[in-house]
Design a protein around this ligand. Structure first.
Ligand code: AMP
Length: 193
């Protein structure tokens, strides 16, 4: 199996690039943000719980998020691999993911971060907020809190994966096609086909 983690701050283009990567490498795309939003839309218990954190731009607690992710993986027993988008976001999540994959004799193949400057991304997200309808895209204070969460809780994961020689970074600023090209160059060099 090929299991890729896509890192990037909110607005860095993870969702857009995931659309391309999942097709090229035949991966099941799991975006925890999308799964939470689906649950909010359908007014499930999980959705109601997640919403209180998401609306403030805070991370949803690890236990809830890890359990949800594991059950999504288990819903896809035929998958040739997974593209994790927006997960893991904390060290506890990364360790839980490694342990969970190990129970299936699987592991993370590589992690790739889309790098971009906070100020460029804040402007991008405020623009997206005009059409996305997402409350967490519409208020600069909430957006800044999401970056705070990323910088404090998620950024350290790069060291975690670098220590396993599984961390790569590409410049996330440029046209969609240019960024796609950079991501492909990294993954192709790993002979992921
Ligand atoms: P995203 O769509 O990836 O920007 O995620 C939107 C929001 O969903 C985040 O600001 C968090 O509140 C929540 N969320 C998504 N993924 C996770 C995760 N792995 N851990 C905790 N909270 C998450």
């Amino acid at each position: 199996m090929i299991n890729i983690v896509l890192f990037g701050k909110p607005g860095a283009g993870k969702g857009t690039q995931a659309e391309f990567l999942k097709g090229k490498y035949n991966l099941v795309h799991l975006s925890t943000g999308d799964i939470f939003r689906y649950n909010i839309k359908n007014d499930t218990e999980l959705g109601r719980l997640a919403q209180t954190f998401m609306d403030k731009g805070d991370l949803v607690p690890d236990a809830v998020t890890i359990q949800m992710l594991q059950s999504e993986v288990d819903k896809n027993p035929q998958a040739a691999g997974f593209l994790f988008d927006g997960f893991p976001r904390t060290l506890a999540q990364a360790e839980a993911l490694d342990a969970f994959l190990a129970t299936k004799n699987e592991e993370i193949t590589a992690t790739v971060a889309l790098e971009a400057d906070d100020n460029i991304l804040v402007a991008r997200l405020l623009e997206r907020g005009k059409t996305s309808g997402r409350p967490d895209d519409q208020d600069e204070e909430k957006i800044r809190n999401r970056y705070y969460e990323y910088n404090h809780k998620t950024a350290p994961l790069m060291h975690y994966y670098a220590a396993q020689n599984k961390f790569y970074a590409v410049d996330g600023i440029g046209s969609i096609a240019e960024v796609t090209e950079r991501l492909s160059a990294v993954l192709d060099q790993l002979h992921i086909k």
